[in-house]
Design a protein around this ligand. Structure first.
Ligand code: KG4
Ligand code: ZN
Length: 341
């Protein structure tokens, strides 16, 4: 089975073709037109500009996905598209393209939840994921701990009450003038710096639930910069602040995930979403999980599959196709606030 995936939920126009060869996945093509440079000037995504860029890029990127894979539209079995959550004006571009192609090519359509796509990026590369599992989804818009007893069955254990983890990275980067997206910039500066130089809060780390909160941490960073702004002209001080901030985010994410693993006795732990590309998070979570008596298996996608892409949408759609979960193109609706669970 071969599926064309289309993703336009935020600021990346992406198309990919994934093939399922009897349970083994092969990414035949995976193209992304990033708008990061366009949004860098504003320190975040401007929805109208994002949507205009998607309109410009969508057909060339789909065309490119076919060329790269050396496949033709007649050889694919289905089209998958992100239906939400995301920016409505961005989502609509991908959805309209997918609906049109479904009608013209007479191919079944699968509507994918964007967060399910992030989570399923893990299944593209790892074949030994055992259930029940726990997924920590950390992206620019979401921070969720999700329990899955089986494929496509999602139970929300907790989520952020304000900013998402990626959003906190982006906002802190903005206030430190480090550009957009903030995660990669902060983690680069944080490397080999003093992670204890600044005493920053670990919000909700001791709360007896699986919820998160990152907006207070961002404010704490803001206060540090306001106290004596001049000292941040020194690169070392800036690096130490980035490292201390990154460590605070990682400490909370790791602690809550480990606690959920212990409570729900899962066999696997999946990391997913853009922040899953963070090296410190990967390393510290791996170490903590390895020290647990239950020793759950730990998986995360390669960096290119952590941030927004269409291979994860096509990959997740293969599991939907196996259960024949198709939607006639006439019934496809945009769902900007679509909750995974
Ligand atoms: O999943 P994603 O590409 O888009 C959303 O669905 O939101 O995630 C993007 C987020 C951004 O906030 C970005 O700053 C963050 O992921 N990110 C990182 C890293 N790479 C990307 N955060 C921390 N460390 C990274 N290495
Ligand atoms: Zn995403």
């Amino acid at each position: 089975m071969k599926i064309l995936g289309i993703e336009t939920s935020c600021d990346e126009t992406a198309a990919a073709i994934v093939e399922d060869k009897g349970g083994k996945f092969s990414i035949r093509s995976n193209l992304i037109a990033s708008q990061a440079a366009i949004h860098a000037g504003t320190g975040g995504v401007v929805p109208e500009r994002a949507s205009r860029e998607h309109v410009k890029n969508i057909l060339p990127i789909i065309d490119g996905a076919f060329r790269r894979s050396r496949l033709t539209p007649s050889t694919i079995d289905a089209i998958a598209v992100t239906g939400g959550p995301g920016l409505i004006t961005s989502l609509l571009v991908g959805i309209e393209a997918a609906k049109t192609l479904s009608y013209v090519w007479q191919k079944p359509l699968i509507v994918m939840n964007h967060l399910a796509g992030h989570l399923y990026a893990n299944f593209l590369e790892h074949s030994r994921v055992a259930f029940p599992l726990l997924a920590l989804i950390v992206s620019g818009g979401h921070t969720e701990l999700v329990y899955m007893p089986r494929h496509r069955d999602y139970q929300l254990l907790g989520q952020t009450r304000d900013d998402a983890a990626g959003e906190a990275f982006d906002k802190v980067a903005k206030l430190l003038n480090l550009g957009y997206p903030g995660g990669p910039a902060i983690s680069k500066l944080a490397r080999q710096s003093d992670r204890r130089a600044f005493r920053l809060p670990r919000p909700m780390i001791h709360a007896r639930n699986f919820d998160f909160s990152f907006s207070g941490l961002k404010t704490a960073v803001l206060y540090e910069t306001m106290k004596t702004p001049k000292r941040f002209r020194k690169k070392k001080t800036l690096r130490d602040l980035c490292a201390s901030f990154e460590q605070a985010v990682v400490d909370v994410l790791v602690e809550k995930t480990v606690r959920a693993v212990t409570k729900y006795k899962v066999k696997s732990v999946l990391l997913a979403g853009g922040v899953a590309a963070n090296e410190t998070l990967r390393t510290e979570l791996r170490e903590r999980l390895a020290s647990l008596p239950s020793r759950p298996a730990f998986f995360f996608p390669s960096s290119l599959l952590c941030t927004d892409n269409a291979a994860m949408i096509a990959g997740g759609a293969i599991f939907a196709a196996r259960q024949e979960d198709f939607t006639p193109w006439e019934n496809v609706e945009v769902r900007p606030n679509w909750n995974l669970a």
